[in-house]
Ligand binder design. Structure first.
Ligand code: 3PG
Length: 419
């Protein structure tokens, strides 16, 4: 046991059917049906390989979201092909989650074989149990379709999805009520590493917050500011643009239209409230960048043209952010500063990421886009700790007990058959 959770060393696996929840949620290129990054798939390989090597019949459960918040879930089929390649052994895939076809495929697995089910969020109970919208207790989650149909086919449950440990959903928190449970190797590494860092964060503690997962960002800001965890929050991407709009800054109609079109209008008021309470800690962009006729342009706030759509922070903002980051004791990073995928708008994220790589403090970086940016800029080996979790890491840092950690502690007390 580590931190009250069973590890793989404490489960007997040979000949056992193991339900293993992984987080292999990656950015997807829908047009081509390919994955834009495979870092999370690679990260779960040690656990899957160990389960298979030890003779378990491995049933993988996973979700795949979309690039913009929680709409348009996507199949896990491409992930099975990538896993097959990385493991050098076949990972079967089935276009079912817990219906008769999936159950039959699970029942026919042989020792060491691996099966990936389709996206668990295709099952309504999984995706409607989302954040505050509809809450079920873990006991109630154990009575959902997914758990009732799959748990009887399994001997134990393993969770390797630290990146989704903040989600209170049946595939993550329901099985631990009825099956002996353990954390996988990735979960063990991530949870134990960040637990140790959190015990003594060195100040000043700077959060670098950007990207497009706005609900996570606002929830996290509220908590880390409210509890005094964050000394500074430097903002970019949509997060920064929402704050600037809330403060009445001219950021270009294209930027505002994007906020409204993405249904983030409500966050403008939340940003006003947060800024009123913690304006001394929330650091906002001083200049913005956009692309005109294929060329990067920049302007200080106050001179931003009325019609543009901002896609990056500018040089003045970068200078300010670099100073805070280089002098920080601890830097937690979640979300890029702009559209770093395009050459004209990569500057802000690249320059801020270089500062994170060079900070004297300890850096902890998480989230799919943040990791993709780190890889793109060749900084992977220079970061303090790279966690596959984005929202989960941030939620963990607020000091909350993550739902999956709580569930795993419970499932770790359930004895294995014959124990
Ligand atoms: C993530 O990308 O942070 C995890 O995979 C969790 O995904 P979610 O935010 O869609 O729940």
């Amino acid at each position: 046991m580590r931190f009250g959770i069973r590890t793989l060393d404490e489960l007997s696996l040979s000949g056992k059917t193991v339900l293993c929840r992984v987080d292999i949620n990656q950015p997807v290129d829908r047009a081509s049906g390919t994955l834009k990054s495979i870092n999370r798939i690679r990260a779960c390989v040690p656990t899957v390989r160990e389960l298979s090597d030890k003779g378990a019949r491995v049933v993988l459960m996973a979700h795949q979201g979309s690039d913009i918040e929680y709409k348009n879930y996507y199949t896990t089929k491409p992930h099975a092909a990538v896993l097959t390649e990385l493991l050098g052994r076949e990972v079967k895939w089935i276009d079912d989650v817990c219906g008769p076809a999936a159950r039959e495929a699970i029942a026919s697995l042989k020792d060491g074989e691996i099966l990936l089910l389709d996206n668990v969020r295709f099952v309504a109970e999984e995706q409607t149990l989302f954040e505050q919208k509809l809450r079920l207790t873990h006991e109630q989650q154990a009575k959902t379709l997914l758990v009732e149909k799959l748990a009887p086919l399994a001997d134990c449950y393993v969770c390797d999805a630290f990146a989704a440990a903040h989600r209170d959903q049946p595939s993550l928190c329901g099985f631990e009520q009825v099956l002996p449970s353990a954390m996988g190797r990735l979960f063990e590494k991530e949870f134990c590493t960040v637990s140790q860092v959190m015990e003594e964060p060195v100040r000043p503690c700077v959060f670098v917050l950007g990207g497009a997962k706005i609900s996570d960002a606002f929830l996290m800001m509220q908590t880390v500011l409210g509890r005094g965890v964050a000394d500074h929050i430097v903002t970019g991407g949509l997060v920064g643009n929402i704050f600037l709009t809330a403060l009445g800054e001219q950021i270009g109609q294209g930027s505002v239209d994007f906020i409204l079109k993405s249904n983030y209008g409500e966050y403008i008021d939340r940003a006003k409230e947060l800024y009123a309470a913690y304006g001394d800690k929330i650091v906002l962009p001083k200049d913005l960048s956009w692309v005109e006729n294929g060329e990067r342009k920049e302007a200080l706030l106050g001179s931003v043209p009325a019609e543009i759509g901002a896609i990056d922070i500018g040089h003045e903002t970068v200078k300010l952010y670099q100073e805070l980051i280089l002098n920080a004791g601890t830097v937690f990073v979640n979300g890029p500063m702009g559209v770093f995928e395009q050459p004209e708008s990569e500057y802000g994220t690249k320059a801020v990421w270089e500062a994170i790589a060079n900070t004297k403090g300890h850096s902890v970086l998480g989230g799919g886009d943040s990791i993709t940016a780190t890889e793109k800029f060749g900084l992977t080996d220079k970061m303090g700790y790279i966690c596959t979790g984005g929202g989960a890491l941030i939620r963990f840092l607020t000091g909350e007990e993550l739902p999956v950690v709580r569930a795993l502690r419970h499932g770790s007390q359930i004895p294995e058959k014959g124990e």
